[in-house]
Design a protein around this ligand. Structure first.
Ligand code: TXA
Ligand code: MG
Length: 315
């Protein structure tokens, strides 16, 4: 259910969870000081309590409010923030834990921060102050990139601030600072590819291994993600596949019974934008199996798309 920005502010202030548009995907927002609403986010999504939430703010100075004087932010924090915010970047930082409810940070001594690049989100955040927001989807399912997707998961009556279709279509890239070697690492690939950070940092941040240890760098990476009910087959040679095919504009799939287009073969940003809508559409249409054309270069934004598809295909 569409709500105005005025209503959105009112609902958040009274401790209600609402959906908020960002340039990556829609988020399920709650005020950072509303414990009941934060709890509700976990319940609504079916999200494990050890998976922390990202704190969204409107400006860099709001993040400094969370600094732990005994454990300051790395110097490169401001460089990254000034260059990439507002934008699809999340930085994990050491914080003064008394300022963030334990439930929102899943008991960790760090928090993820992001300034989203969406006019409505920024307008809202300027009024409400910091909001915690995970992606607005049921845990494990594809994220939501428009109002209809949010309503599919949470019902027609769920309040949504409608900001249209998300431009990026995949989540923010998450960087984590490794004290040991004084370098940032990518703990979740996202809309910003690793190469983009080279000029700011002087090195290409490494993509961290998916850890299954007791203390993973990115707790969310432990869980199944982005997966439709439909079984996805990832194919290097999709032109030969018989059945439903998810592929690219310039290519031919002579044996396809149905075809979903990710976009042009040299435009990964089109594939990113379309990805979750297509995965959701498979389930909407009752399609149980689909072949995905994976013949694309393993570089840049394609790496994020490949990672999402690999997770989505997990059984
Ligand atoms: O683009 C995005 O980042 C979207 C929009 C709504 O901003 N949000 C999003 O949130 O993707 P979510 O909750 O679906 O994914 C956040 C990821 C999870 O994997 C979580 O484990 C990780 O960020 N995360 C959050 N706080 C963390 C922390 N302190 N340390 C390590 N990982 C953290
Ligand atoms: Mg998510």
């Amino acid at each position: 259910m569409r709500v105005s920005i005025k209503k959105a502010v009112h609902l958040l202030k009274q401790g209600t969870v609402i959906a908020v548009p960002t340039e990556t995907v829609y988020g399920l927002g709650a005020s950072i000081d509303r414990i009941g609403a934060i709890q509700q986010i976990f319940t609504l999504k079916g999200r494990p309590s050890n998976n922390p939430l990202i704190i969204h703010v409107a400006s860099l100075d709001q993040i400094y409010d969370y600094t732990d004087p005994t454990n300051p932010f790395p110097e490169s924090f401001a460089t990254l923030g000034n260059l990439f915010w507002p934008g699809p970047l999340t930085l994990i930082l050491p914080i003064d834990i008394s300022r963030v409810p334990a439930i929102a940070r899943a008991g960790l001594h760090t928090a993820g921060f992001r300034i989203p690049n969406h006019p409505l989100a920024l307008e809202l955040l300027k009024i409400t102050g910091p909001l915690v927001m995970p992606s607005a989807n049921l845990s494990g399912k594809p994220s939501a990139t428009c109002l209809e997707h949010v309503e599919m998961d949470f019902g027609k009556d769920f309040p949504v601030l409608d900001g249209g279709k998300c431009r990026q279509g995949v989540e923010s890239t998450i960087l984590y600072y490794q004290e040991a070697n004084k370098k940032w690492e990518i703990i979740r690939q996202g809309a910003l590819p690793a190469e983009i950070f080279v000029s700011a940092l002087g090195y290409k941040p490494k993509i961290a291994e998916n850890s299954t240890s007791q203390k993973p760098l990115c707790p969310g990476q432990l869980y199944r993600h982005y997966a439709p009910k439909a079984h996805l087959h990832l194919e290097k040679n999709a032109s030969k596949c018989k059945g439903v095919v998810i592929g690219f504009k310039e290519r031919k799939y002579p044996q396809a019974t149905r075809y979903f287009e990710l976009g042009a073969e040299d435009h990964p940003e089109q594939a990113a934008e379309q990805l979750y809508a297509i995965l959701r559409e498979l389930d909407q249409q009752g399609i149980t199996e689909a072949y995905v054309d994976m013949d694309f270069p393993m570089e840049g934004l394609w790496l994020t798309i490949s990672e999402r598809l690999n997770k989505a295909a997990q059984r």
